[in-house]
Ligand binder design. Structure first.
Ligand code: GLC
Ligand code: GLC
Length: 650
């Protein structure tokens, strides 16, 4: 069980009963092991109970937990205890995140420390440093093809540099997020090399086959993640003389979690990085962890059991460390990554809200909020002690991951509507200002996704080229509007590194042979520090964007109603250009903030149903929290300017 509260309580009781116990170094480890062992054993048995070496494997797992606990530094153990007591700490509105590449935003990990003032200027206090572990430079998938899990890529620095960064961040009250790529390794990883040399032990770390018969059976249910650059889910390895499962790129070998040794290795890696001072671990591609013939090999029940085990084990050794689930899956599946039938997250405390992200993009293209309202209405409910990672852009492509049923309910034909969105964002739709690039186009299934930087996707790139003031203004407003939504929705907002300055696509990747076949690099550009300087120069795009975002971030941190305690109520609007929701302070229900966004290019009237529970519009005016002024209401209604939003209170 997830037992943070009971750990803290039990430890308190024990200290009072026998104060001398307080000095023993491993007491807290045993408390936590005691509280979690029933769950760990049951889960491990469900997955591996049939094996003859079951007991031996289980004891190797416990040994891993104990060894990593012994190595855990005193200050981290203290932070664990503090977080156990204050277990809702991460649900606070005070966290605002940014994802960046340490070698693109700075030179390397050390240099990144000198760049923290920029982040703090904006108000960022949660830093996701994109993957930094050792990868073959020619086949890295941007850091997601790991050759050695315990070593930092020499180009970025060393493990000591990570520790130094973690220390600096803690001093500044900032959190560090790092990736653990749990689903696959590089084909240059030691395990893969040994497998290739014929070592059976390591062949069993992967899905390896002598001939096509099982791969063909698997293929029947498996979609392709990269249909163009890496078609199919298996790769023939000449040296090994066998087929190996490679769901992503051909050089990324999928790990075989039917083998408990793989799980134990990965838990060891998780705890290794926890011990380096990382606060939050982003577990990559978690939906793919378990493969079963006849299924799509995504979201399998066993994938959830594995995540529960990872969480339970982390609770024992490093209970202050949180997990983010990167599961870009259907809305009905995603909330399962928090764990089911619980109040507390039993798998990952945080999950990417890819559905909300995709819905926001729909509103950008359609210039209305029909599907956005419908999709938010059917967002799955989540656990109390779990939260979303809300984002507009990240390092990956954008998939239209909402339900066909919601598209129909919004009044569109799903197939046509999806086609329209792809055409729109790749700029092929008549009049579209977007400059996105098609990604993952699958001719067999008709599926497609797209890439591109936020600014290029909302039309800033084309507007700057044509020097059209009105369209430049519309693009800026759209960027702000999108961020106003992720900052207020409930959850941790994660801003992508160039977006507060309006960074455009950068096509330089095309001349790099190791990147040219993957256009996600168009929006992974080197951070332009000269451009960043323009944030101080009023009248520039950079200044408008940066100063507005900075203000919104600061305001979010003050609004307790924006903390995530399932305190959001979607308001039904009779004008579907608008999305409106009410956020309520969990401790004081009189303290409410009404958020309303207008996605249309025309001003729109917002009326509140007098029967709704929202009494905000009963008076003759409301407070505009961003401008700090009061707005006159006209017969209980308010006019919302084009592509704008309000955060309102009494
Ligand atoms: C995740 C990453 C993505 C990577 C993939 C394979 O989805 O975000 O960038 O390509 O996993 O590791
Ligand atoms: C993830 C996502 C997918 C994304 C891919 C790589 O697995 O499921 O949407 O395209 O990684 O970018």
């Amino acid at each position: 069980m997830y037992e943070q509260e009971s750990h803290a309580l039990l430890n308190d009781i024990l200290t009072k009963l026998r104060p001398e116990l307080g000095n023993t170094h491993t007491r807290h480890f045993y408390t936590r092991l005691g509280a979690n062992f029933y769950a760990i054993h049951s889960l491990f048995y469900l997955l591996y109970g049939e094996r003859e070496d079951f007991k031996q494997q289980l004891s190797s797992l416990v040994e891993t937990l104990a060894l990593r606990y012994v190595q855990r530094a005193p200050h981290l153990r203290e932070s664990d205890m503090a977080r156990e007591k204050n277990y809702n700490w991460f649900l606070s509105q005070k966290w605002v995140g940014m994802a960046l590449y340490c070698d693109r935003f700075a030179d390397n990990l050390n240099d990144l420390q000198t760049k923290l003032p920029y982040l703090q200027d904006l108000g960022i206090n949660l830093l996701h440093v994109m993957p930094i572990l050792d990868c073959p430079p020619e086949a890295s998938d941007g850091g997601y093809a790991v050759r050695n899990y315990l070593e930092v890529d020499a180009r970025f620095g060393s493990t000591d540099d990570v520790q130094a960064l973690a220390t600096t961040l803690t001093q500044r009250d900032m959190l560090l997020v790092l990736d653990v790529v749990v689903n696959h390794t590089s084909d240059q990883h030691e395990w893969a090399k040994r497998a290739r040399q014929g070592d059976k032990k390591y062949q069993d770390y992967y899905y390896v086959f002598d001939n096509r018969s099982l791969p063909d059976a698997y293929e029947q249910g498996m979609p392709e993640v990269f249909p163009l650059q890496a078609p199919g889910n298996f790769t023939w390895d000449e040296a090994m003389g066998k087929w190996v499962m490679t769901v992503f790129n051909a050089y990324q070998w999928d790990l075989n979690y039917r083998n408990p040794e793989v799980l134990i290795e990965m838990i060891n890696v998780i705890l290794f990085w926890a011990n380096k001072g990382v606060d939050v671990l982003r577990l990559d591609a978690v939906a793919f962890l378990w493969k079963k013939i006849g299924s799509s090999c995504q979201n399998e029940r066993e994938a959830h059991l594995l995540l529960q085990l990872m969480k339970d084990c982390c609770q024992v050794t490093a209970p202050g460390v949180l997990f983010i689930a990167e599961a870009i899956v259907a809305p009905s599946e995603v909330s399962k990554y928090f764990g089911e039938d619980a109040i507390n997250a039993k798998e990952c405390e945080i999950a990417y809200n890819a559905t909300f992200m995709a819905l926001l993009w729909d509103a950008v293209a359609t210039k209305n909020a029909r599907l956005l309202n419908q999709g938010v209405k059917s967002l799955p409910t989540k656990l109390e002690r779990a939260t979303w990672l809300n984002y507009v852009r990240c390092h990956d492509d954008i998939g239209l991951g909402f339900d066909d049923r919601d598209i129909s309910l919004a009044g569109y034909d799903p197939h046509q509507h999806r086609n329209f969105l792809i055409e729109y964002f790749t700029g092929r739709f008549e009049g579209s200002p977007a400059r996105g690039l098609p990604f993952g186009v699958n001719r067999k299934t008709g599926d497609a996704r797209f890439t591109g930087s936020l600014a290029s996707l909302v039309g800033l790139e084309s507007a700057l080229q044509s020097q059209d003031e009105q369209t430049i203004d519309a693009a800026i407003k759209t960027i702000v509007l999108l961020h106003s939504m992720i900052l207020s929705f409930g959850g941790i907002p994660l801003i992508y590194y160039g977006d507060a300055l309006g960074t455009l696509n950068d096509m330089a990747y095309m001349t790099d042979p190791f990147k040219a076949n993957d256009n996600r690099w168009a929006h992974r550009s080197h951070f332009d520090w000269a451009k960043a300087e323009k944030r101080h120069q009023s009248g520039t795009v950079e200044h408008t964007l940066f100063s507005t975002m900075k203000k919104l971030i600061a305001l979010r941190k003050e609004l307790v109603a924006f903390a995530d305690f399932d305190n959001r109520q979607l308001l039904s609007v009779n004008n579907l250009n608008l999305l409106a929701f009410l956020r309520t302070d969990p401790k004081n229900s009189h303290n409410k903030v009404l958020v309303v966004g207008n996605f249309s290019t025309e001003a729109q009237r917002f009326e509140i149903d007098p029967l709704s529970s929202c009494t905000l519009f009963m008076h003759h005016d409301v407070k505009d929290l961003v401008a700090g002024t009061r707005l006159e209401l006209d017969k209980h209604s308010l006019l919302i300017p084009p592509l704008s939003f309000y955060w309102l209170s009494e």
